[in-house]
Design a protein around this ligand. Sequence first.
Ligand SMILES: NC(=O)c1ccc[n+]([C@@H]2O[C@H](COP(=O)([O-])OP(=O)(O)OC[C@H]3O[C@@H](n4cnc5c(N)ncnc54)[C@H](O)[C@@H]3O)[C@@H](O)[C@H]2O)c1
Length: 428
Amino acid sequence: MKIAVVGLGYVGLPLAIQFARANVTVIGLDVDAAKVDLINRGRSYINHIAQATIEEALKEQRLCASTDFSRVEEVEAVIICVPTPLSKNREPDISFVIETGQTIAPHLSKGTLVVLESTTYPGTTDEDLRAVLEEGSGMKAGVDFHLAFSPEREDPANEQSKVKLIPKVIGGYTPTCLNRAMALYSKAIDTIVPVSSCRVAEATKLLENVFRSVNIALVNELKLVYAAMGIDIWEVIEAAKTKPFGFMPFYPGPGLGGHCIPIDPFYLTWKAREYGKHTRFIELAGEINTAMPEYVVHRVVDVLNARNKAVKGSRVLILGLAYKPNVDDERESPSYVLMDLLIERGAEVAYYDPYVPVIKPTREHSHFVGKKSIAWDQTTIQNFDLVLIATNHSSVNYQELGDWAQCIVDTRNAMSGTRIASGKVWKA
Ligand SMILES: NC(=O)c1ccc[n+]([C@@H]2O[C@H](COP(=O)([O-])OP(=O)(O)OC[C@H]3O[C@@H](n4cnc5c(N)ncnc54)[C@H](O)[C@@H]3O)[C@@H](O)[C@H]2O)c1
């Protein structure tokens, strides 16, 4: 069997590799010629995907990459994994999905299966994508070609989270579409979870991400309340999670990051308006989570103040640019917001992140492009007035940091377990 995976990013590349491992021939299609070239040369551009994995798939002739979308004519199925960001006005931007639909439609053959994996609001697959595919191909979905939605559940850098082992929810436009999609995914993935429609599958993904956003907001709010009472939220969570039922730990932080949790819930908010419905939990969680960087910066101001220093003119090191530990993904990272807020107040800001040696161009924060991570050594670290831990990468030596730094504001409880002189570490 031969398939195409469109969009070779954090979702599409691991998926393409998993299909290749399952003896399916995969053409990876992307508009980014640099990525296509790297794959064809056996190189990985995602930190947690080993080069050897790509080389093996190339050697077996199970994977190749291309910018030529007419190659959709060669395949039995197309899986779309392109970005679904928010616009400047925080509204869903499904233009990448629509563009992909328009590009592939003229090349669809009778009987081809098209599956959307990008996270989006209910109705995208069977309304928006279906319309462009039908218009561009002159064929009817569910009659001439098949259509389905199957959300991605990738958890980058989580060793337990292998694409093959994560149950795959699938909804089809018709029962036959569903059967075709189940037959495809069961080649590469152990557990398939069929649902009754594309909309149910789309809504399932949103529930999963809204659940995380709301629960993270809850612990972020409790962090502030407990801190005012002199209680450490981290100790409380450790104790609460010993309950063997009815509790699942979530952890506070400096704000939300990544391509999913800060964005996806608002896809639902936008769509709900069409039905005259409000998503109050989502809005409240968004409000609390986006206020977190301000809170952290206030803590930084207080800590510097306690050390007879003003923010203005202080040298602050942000530790961790990636939005979560042990990944090289810094999209939507709260570290950028922290840097902006501190620079606005006159601080001189640098960052250290072993996963992000230099800031590459992204959709936002263009003013930081080209900025480099500092070196990890005692002289450099001790020269900063304050180190702000935004991401707790496990490769960082926190004992060393504690020994070298003048003072530390810790938003991740990364310094727990180190032996540091009292008064040096402040939680935020
Ligand atoms: N990253 C995650 O952990 C994760 C998890 C679950 C779901 N998702 C969802 O999966 C989707 C993809 O996310 P990602 O993190 O892989 O994004 P990404 O930015 O890493 O990758 C997207 C890829 O699509 C390519 N692309 C953009 N426009 C294109 C077009 N018109 N045609 C072909 N290729 C195009 C880009 O060049 C890029 O290589 C999003 O909807 C996201 O919300 C992401």
